[in-house]
Design a protein around this ligand. Structure first.
Ligand code: ADP
Ligand code: MG
Length: 399
């Protein structure tokens, strides 16, 4: 893993220093009110610590996709208020992230103050990683902290360009994420088992190829398992299946064989004729899927097999549900495996790291998200990390 600097490497005396902090404040909002404060809660420790240490804390963040123009509805100003409540500390707001508007507010700051700057994506240079924009941002700071892992897969001015212009450090939330990911795939306790599920192989080819080189067993579930089964000649009926990716699936299976990674595929499935809640369903052996039916979940024998691998594992990395978990009863396999992994984790027998939009929703649905070692809410950045890619925002924090 890239070695990175943290707030512990920062000079202890930061009284009066201007600290630019990149945070993720891309929160769900309705009618100008923040409806979910999870992301705000995650950046509180870093902001509080820097403020307590006497820094002038200047926050940079994006919101939505204004595409380089000022879009009133995508102003961060309503977020300042929610942040103020979570921090229990006054938060001022500047109507631009660079230039006179920012400078005027920053000049008025004293030690410990917190200021939120307007949406970085109001400038076209943000997503283009324009060096001039990064320089204009750097002019307002003495040091830089990145606490937004979820934006670290993008080389943007505020996430990457700026980091090279000032002494740069990982914030507490970024640090926690990187340390958890290191335990998951960087230097994991062995054996390592990965579960990859979800809808399609096509969105996860890079991820599967990276995992077979790193893990001892790869469990393939969800809709994408059908593509692998079909590639092996199993009839999958009307199931979601990318028949055109048979060669890709076979290549991944042979790479796994030469790397000594076991591939674990479903041995039974829950099938239905309709994709809706409470649809008539039955469990069949994977060899006996009716031609007019769809596999919508893994069956109990498959769950038993997966739990056997979880039992054997010291580390579990998980992305993608084992079935169409949004619709009952097709959530059963995902819920059962998630609960078993949670149990093993709580018992101290397993390090469990999971991530992905639907995966987080599935673990919440199973009621176990807080029992896993770490659940990443980072989405795209988490997937790119699972693909083994270097994240530009993290590379720029290298020690
Ligand atoms: P994540 O967002 O965690 O990366 P994905 O987006 O890859 O996960 O996959 C989640 C989707 O996969 C869910 O919408 C789920 O309904 C779907 N899915 C899982 N198994 C099946 C299946 N057997 N048939 C159809 N869709 C499935
Ligand atoms: Mg998804």
């Amino acid at each position: 893993m890239t070695q990175f600097k943290t707030l512990d490497d920062m000079p202890q005396e930061i009284g009066g220093k201007r600290v630019l902090v990149r945070v993720d404040l891309n929160v769900p909002m309705a009618d100008g009110v923040v409806t979910d404060r999870t992301r705000i809660e995650r950046v509180v420790p870093t902001i509080s610590e820097l403020s307590r240490r006497g820094g002038k804390v200047i926050l940079l963040a994006h919101f939505g996709r204004p595409k380089g123009k000022v879009v009133e509805e995508m102003s961060l100003s309503p977020v300042a208020q929610a942040l103020e409540e979570e921090l229990d500390h006054r938060v001022d707001f500047a109507s631009d992230c660079i230039g006179e508007a920012a400078k005027k507010e920053i000049d008025e700051m004293t030690s410990g103050d917190v200021l939120l700057l307007e949406n970085t994506r109001f400038h076209p240079g943000e997503e283009k990683n324009d060096p001039d924009l990064a320089k204009a941002m750097a002019a307002n700071g003495d040091m830089y902290v990145n606490d937004a892992f979820s934006a670290a897969h993008r080389a943007h001015a505020s996430t990457e360009g700026l980091a090279w212009l000032l002494p740069a450090y990982a914030g507490r939330s970024m640090q926690a994420e990187l340390e958890a990911l290191e335990k998951g795939l960087g230097a994991p306790a062995k054996p390592v088992v990965a579960i990859v599920g979800g809808a399609k192989v096509s969105t996860k080819i890079d991820l599967l190829q990276n995992l077979v080189k790193k893990v001892d067993a790869l469990v393939i579930g969800g809709g994408m398992a059908n593509t692998f089964l079909a590639a092996k000649g199993v009839e999958v009926g009307k199931s979601l299946c990318e028949h055109d990716l048979a060669d890709t699936a076979n290549a991944i299976m042979s790479e796994a064989a030469s790397a000594g990674c076991a591939i674990v595929l479903p041995v039974d499935g829950v099938v239905a004729r309709e994709f809706k809640a409470g649809a008539d369903s039955e469990t069949v052996d994977i060899e006996n899927v009716p031609a007019d039916a769809m596999i919508l979940d893994a069956g109990p024998a498959t769950v038993e097999k997966i739990n056997g691998w979880i039992d054997h594992a010291a580390t579990l990395v998980w992305n993608g549900p084992l079935g169409a978990f949004e619709i009952e009863p097709f959530d059963a396999a995902t819920v059962a495996a998630a609960r078993f992994a949670a149990e093993q984790t709580v018992a101290g027998k397993l390090v469990s790291v999971a991530g992905g939009g639907d995966t987080v929703a599935a673990l919440n649905h199973a009621g176990v998200a807080d029992k896993f070692t770490y659940v990443s809410t980072a989405g795209g950045a988490f997937l790119e990390w699972m693909e083994g890619k270097e994240l530009p925002g993290v590379a720029a924090l290298s020690a």
